[in-house]
Write a protein that binds this ligand. Structure first.
Ligand code: 0L1
Ligand code: MG
Length: 262
């Protein structure tokens, strides 16, 4: 690691304060160009510990930048992982206050819950499908703390991969009989279709995203736990939302997820 523990702690406080005070900041690699990947995840871990110390419950994990559309949109080449929180959960059909966020964007995702933990190396799609309890449709609301969503991978990892809110809805299903690769998704804003996509947009198969997460965490001596929500990443690029927007996402086999930005 290139950064000392005091700098890690200071950067975690800086980014978490920016989140909680809905304040934009410049990317942290501007002032710390030598920080490495371990530093980036150490800052994210320190943010998680700060939240847990205040009583926040970590409700799940997320993969980010798992679709070609998303990587192209952000000009990056590799998936990353982060965590989601109890206060980030919004009920299906619920309201999301724009004033609590900086510049939210939405992403349609397919979420998994495992019935047993998985840890790499060597986890593959088959392992994930065998270990999956349910899949559910979800919409992630991301909100980079960086001005104009301008960042590099290390800065966005440290910023908990822009995690902000998420909505789970529709129907929970087992994976049996569902062709996740070709599962169709239609994303609507204010009654108009913004885009359509399919499960294969996520690393070729959404279960590949969970496998990658298990392998990334396994390399650090960690695991993907059972009974926790795993957001596998957007099946489309992310779309900016504004006050008044109604979002509805329809998923083949899984029902729909909706929310209203107020
Ligand atoms: O969930 C995501 O794919 C977000 C990853 C971070 C990049 C971004 O803010 O768009
Ligand atoms: Mg996402």
């Amino acid at each position: 690691m290139a950064l000392d523990p005091n700098t890690i702690a200071a950067l975690a406080a800086h980014l978490e304060d920016a989140e909680l005070q809905r304040r934009e900041v410049t990317k942290i690699t501007d002032d710390h160009p030598d920080m490495d990947w371990a530093d980036a995840y150490a800052i994210q871990d320190a943010i998680r510990l700060r939240k847990q110390a205040r009583g926040t419950r970590i409700t799940g994990l997320k993969m980010g930048l798992t679709s070609v559309a998303k990587m192209r949109q952000m000009g990056v080449t590799e998936p990353i992982h982060g965590f989601i929180t109890d206060y980030g959960a919004v009920a299906d059909g619920g309201e999301i206050a724009i004033d609590e966020l900086i510049h939210p964007k939405i992403e349609a995702e397919i979420a998994f819950v495992l019935k047993r933990p998985l840890a790499g190396p060597g986890v593959h799609i088959g392992d994930v499908l065998a270990a999956t309890d349910i899949i559910v449709p979800a919409v992630e609301v991301i909100d980079s703390r960086y001005k104009d969503f301008k960042f590099d991978l290390k800065s966005v990892i440290a910023d908990n991969t822009s995690s902000a809110r998420y909505v789970v809805g529709g129907r929970a299903r087992s994976v049996a009989g569902i062709d996740l690769k070709h599962l169709g998704v239609v994303l609507e804003k204010n009654g108009r279709i913004l885009t359509t996509s399919a499960g294969a947009s996520v690393l070729g198969h959404p279960a590949a995203s969970v496998a990658m997460l298990a392998n990334m965490l396994g390399a650090k001596g960690r695991e993907v736990p059972a009974d926790t929500l795993i957001l596998t990443g957007g099946v489309t690029e992310a779309f900016l939302v504004e006050r008044g927007d109604h979002i509805n996402v329809r998923y083949e086999h899984l029902g729909s997820v909706s929310m209203h930005f107020v």
